[in-house]
Design a protein around this ligand. Sequence first.
Ligand code: SF4
Ligand code: SF4
Length: 426
Amino acid sequence: MTEKKERFNFPRYEYMCLHPAYIPNAVFVSLEQGGGVSKPLVKPGDSVFEGQTIASGYKTSVPVHAPIPGTVIDITERTMPDGKNAECICIAFKGSFNFEGKNCSANLHWNKQSAHKLISQIRHNGIINTFDTGNASLAWQMEKCSASPVLGVRLFDFDPSCFVDGFISSFFIDEVLQGVLICATAMQAKSVVFFYSASDFVLPDKEKTDAYFNKISYSFIKTDTRFYPSGSERVLQKIVKKTPPVQNAVSSVNLFIDSRTAFSVYKCIVLSMSLTDTIIEVNGQALHESKMLKVKIGTPIRRLLEECGGCEKPPAKIVINGLIKGTAVCDLDIPVTKYVKTITLLAATDLPDQTVSQCIHCGFCRKACPLGIQPDRIYSHYTNKAPLEPDILLSAHLCDNCALCNAACPARLPLYQTVSTYKEKK
Ligand code: SF4
Ligand code: SF4
């Protein structure tokens, strides 16, 4: 079966540097940002310092750290960037920073630590894997891997309307390579496979890369990112199988990470910083200026829009994490979480007609689905209780969340979201 892919033409914003965003007066730190719910360790009235563990993680969830120093003013429910409600710890800014604005000395002896200790540090610092929408604890995923696994690293963005991983790979390749090396050492990986975009990535200096990976074999695979999906786990595994020098040494990849996850690991192990800030692209035609920002976790997105000079055109929609499979939100007080990569502010003139209508049985969603799933029938079963053969419902578990069915549907039905609901029920 030939691979079904689409070509999308989204505007590509150019970024010359990373801007540190202003420190917010208050942050709202979600207790659900790592594949599970974290347990609060503080209560209203408590003083916290920057980087203090304010919630503990369990299995798939990760510990949460105070992004700013201050006082806990509340623990309350709020809408999150994925559209769901979650409890969050509200901290009002007060006091001084331990890390922010200070030169952190690099720990160049991290490789003297055991693999077990490295994984425990990755867990303790609250790192999640943002390769996929699952956003599980990276330490938990590493521990689940079999012996001598293969680590895959995507150096470009899954959604072609985003440029966060591409930006980090271009501007911080040294840090990314070190972060990958730490992950590979922690997992005791036998090999690392990097996937890079043929159109906008320059390979790092070979001598330097060889020096980093002197004990672990590595390879770089060029990926044609003009077509979508080119960065899903399924597509990347297929590429590994088709690439001769790699397929001889590596039959499949056991764990995938992206550039931003590798960069976070570098910061936590080499610079000894917990995950209290993240890199986010704030873009869109409605904005005065699009920017790549270093943002404190828990910052309300309203602050970031102000940081970009506000709106040039009346905004019609805010989309989190990409125009193909992102989530539309309407509340400007939604806080940034560890899994937010992109915030796009669309003007009314940029919006296609989004009016939802009834299924017209055109079959476009089935044609678009690369996995032969029947999203229209699953949707109809979900909304109207239409009869459905069990094997068609079971096929939802194959879905790799590419959202091509949504893009193809003229009735604008939320097909991918519905299929995902059944996938999660497994
Ligand atoms: S059903 Fe899943 S795999 Fe198929 S097109 Fe939709 S999102 Fe992609
Ligand atoms: S693409 Fe939309 S309208 Fe067409 S069959 Fe699928 S669900 Fe129905």
